[in-house]
Structure formats: structure tokens, C-alpha cells
Write a protein that binds this ligand. Structure first.
Ligand code: PEP
Ligand code: MN
Length: 376
């Protein structure tokens, strides 16, 4: 089924006076009035943040943890807004949350990574939002599935919402990675390619999971053209009741903003020539890579025929380990990361096996006649 065209409005047209880069910051959870007000005051003093975030209803993976202060927290956010003029954003997961947040004058809503993948929940939220034009940020689903992310955006879009942006917060992954949630940048990039009007924000806090990597992840997002960031900031992270490891203290957050290089959305005319030149080079290299991959797969297929003719199993693990070791040694010399080379070579290997076995299956379906002819 073709995807809907998402005719979303850019952040600058949300009617809230927001502009690129959109900086959203605040605690993982609203924990108390003092904590909320203290955060709002430091963010206001920094001067670069326009929206404060705070979780009011917290989706915890396991029961028995702090699940948010609930409706009471909305009053604290109202007070923080009155005092500082910052706009307020909260996570909503049910129609009741939507109703309470809107009644409290919350300015932006976001749908969390545990809600986005649930079509029932997203539809219920979309129905509750029908007829409003409140901006909604849609975080990616916890699992790397682009359709679920797009599906959530489509449900909201079909409910008439146009003020939407997607938030990349990384994906749960079964292998150990240096991140809490693997960034898998290809997903937000593919989302943007399919829906150019949709603006992307990055939540480097939930990707990193600890304070050290937040800067690098945030910079990568800005380099990729993301429109802004959502960062967890807590006045005293060590005492935080959720996500204590990844929340930045106010001074560290201001330091981070000082360090980051904010990119323009589109290249300026002066940059254009050099950019064209470099892009031509990239295109040329991509073409060569495609040709080489094609050639490699053809040879793999011939090896497959040969193995089959001699009744040898397609998968030869020792041979594959030798190839991988060799490539990893090369990678070291070329400055390529081990993770990238592993992933790339695994994909090449998977495709080779697929080609070799597909060929066998096709041949088998031709019947004994075809096989004996080929076997000679
Ligand atoms: C959050 O923003 O605190 C949160 C729960 O995030 P996510 O839905 O991305 O896990
Ligand atoms: Mn959090």
C-alpha cells in the first residue's frame, strides 16, 4: 500500500514562534514543583531553549518504578510557563492524557517510543486530537521498523494534524552496542527521504543512555540536517527518579550547546560548486561500489554452482571467518570502524548465500532434467 503524503508544516509555521534549531530540554520526569521551577529557570537563563519537556506519565519498562507525578505535575508546568514564558511539552499515551494536557494549556505533545508502535494507542490519541492543531512530536518506535513510525504519523495526519515532527531516539537492538538505543541513522534518513516536508528532531539523551556520548550523537544529528534536539536536563541528575545516568546538569547542558556546531538547512550559494564536485565524486564511487558488488555476487553464484556439483554445503564457516578477519585487518588500515565493516560484510555474505541458495532452489524447481544438464 502506498504511504500517505504527509503534508506537515515546518516548525516555523506552527504558530508558536519556534525556529530552527528547535531546542527542547528538561527533565525526564517532572518530580516536584521545585524541581520543575528550578529547571525552567536555568533553561530560561541559558536563553537558547524555547520548549521545556517533562514526563508527567512515565512508561516504565518494569513495574515498581516511579511512574510520574500525573495530573498534579501539569500545575507545576503551568506555573513554570507563567514564570518563564517557556513553552511546555509532555508525553501522552492515552486520550485521557491528551485531554488533561490540553486542558492544562500544554503547548506541544509527544508520543513516546513505547506508544508509537501500538496502532490502537496511536489511533486513540489521533481521535482525541482530531479538530485541534496542537503540535505533536512522534518518537520512533523502540524496534527498528520504519512502517510503524510512518504509520503513527499517518494516523495523526489522517486526523487532520499538520504540525508534526519526528523524533529520532534510537532503537532497541539485540546486540550489545555502545548506546542505550542504537542510532541506526538510516531509519530517520529514509523517513526524511520519503517525507521531505517532515522535520526531524533528535533525542540524543535516549540514544546515548549516559552523559558522555550525548554531544557526539547530537552533533551527528545536526550534521545530518536535523532541525533540532530534545535533551534531558535535570537540576541534580544524581537524584533523578528516572533516567538518572543520562540527564545533564544545567551547566553541562549549556556547555554542550556552546560546543555544538549548528548547520544551516540548505547549502548557501557559495558552497554549491565545491559541494557539486564532491557529490560527483561520491556518485562515481557509489557506482563503482555497485559494480564491484555485482561482480562479487556473480562469482559467489559460480562458487555455489561448483559446490552443488560436488555436493558440498553452501555455508563454509571457516572460510567466512578468514574473509572477515582479513577485511577487519584492512579496515584498521583504512580507518573504517570494525562495527561498520562487520555489518557491511555480513550483509554481503547474507546476499551471497541468498544468491547461491536461490539458484539452487530455482534449479531444483526446474527438475532433474535441468539439473542433470547443468551437472553435465
Ligand atoms: C522520555 O522522553 O523520557 C521517554 C520515555 O522517551 P522514549 O519514549 O524515547 O523512551
Ligand atoms: Mn527519559
Amino acid at each position: 500500500m502506498p504511504t500517505d503524503r504527509l503534508a506537515t508544516l515546518p516548525i516555523s509555521q506552527w504558530g508558536l514562534g519556534l525556529k530552527r534549531p528547535l531546542l527542547i530540554a528538561g527533565p525526564c520526569s517532572a518530580e516536584g514543583e521545585d524541581q520543575v521551577l528550578a529547571t525552567a529557570r536555568v533553561l530560561k537563563a541559558d536563553g537558547r531553549v524555547s520548549v521545556m519537556r517533562a514526563g508527567v506519565w512515565k512508561p516504565r519498562t518494569r513495574p515498581g518504578h516511579f511512574e510520574g507525578a500525573g495530573d498534579a505535575a501539569l500545575g507545576w508546568l503551568q506555573r513554570a510557563k507563567r514564570e518563564t514564558g517557556l513553552l511546555m511539552a509532555v508525553e501522552v499515551a492515552t486520550p485521557e492524557h491528551v485531554e488533561a494536557a490540553l486542558a492544562a494549556g500544554i503547548d506541544l505533545l509527544w508520543i513516546g517510543a513505547r506508544t508509537t508502535p501500538n496502532p490502537f494507542s496511536v489511533q486513540a490519541i489521533a481521535d482525541a486530537l482530531r479538530g485541534t492543531d496542537v503540535p505533536v512530536l512522534v518518537k520512533n518506535p523502540i524496534n527498528p521498523d520504519l512502517h510503524l513510525w510512518v504509520g503513527a504519523l499517518e494516523r495523526l495526519h489522517r486526523a487532520g494534524l499538520r504540525r508534526m515532527a519526528a523524533v529520532h531516539r534510537g532503537f532497541s537492538w539485540f546486540e550489545r552496542t555502545p548506546y542505550r538505543n542504537s542510532p541506526m541513522w538510516e531509519f530517520p534518513i529514509r523517513l526524511k527521504a520519503a517525507h521531505p516536508e517532515l522535520e526531524l528532531l533528535c533525542d540524543p539523551s535516549h540514544i546515548a543512555g549516559s552523559t558522555e556520548r550525548i554531544g557526539a550523537v547530537a552533533q551527528q544529528a545536526l550534521d545530518l540536517g536535523f532541525s533540532g534536539l530534545m535533551v534531558e536536563v535535570h537540576p541534580d541528575p544524581a537524584t533523578a527518579r528516572s533516567d538518572a545516568d543520562q540527564q545533564l546538569a544545567p551547566a553541562a547542558f549549556s556547555g554542550l550547546l556552546n560546543e555544538l556546531i549548528f548547520r544551516q538547512a540548505a547549502p548557501t550559494p557559495g558552497m554549491q560548486d565545491r559541494l557539486e564536485e564532491l557529490r560527483d565524486l561520491i556518485d562515481q564511487l557509489d557506482e563503482e561500489i555497485a559494480q564491484k558488488l555485482g561482480a562479487r555476487l556473480d562469482i559467489a553464484e559460480r562458487i555455489g554452482d561448483h559446490k552443488r556439483a560436488n555436493n558440498v554445503a553452501i555455508l563454509q564457516p571457516e572460510r567466512w571467518e578468514r574473509i572477515m578477519r582479513r577485511q577487519l585487518r584492512l579496515a584498521g588500515h583504512l580507518g573504517l570502524s570494525e562495527a561498520f565493516v562487520r555489518e557491511f560484510m555480513d550483509a554481503v555474505h547474507r546476499e551471497s548465500i541468498r544468491r547461491q541458495t536461490l539458484d539452487g532452489a530455482q534449479e531444483a524447481s526446474v527438475g532433474s532434467e535441468g539439473r542433470s544438464a547443468k551437472g553435465g
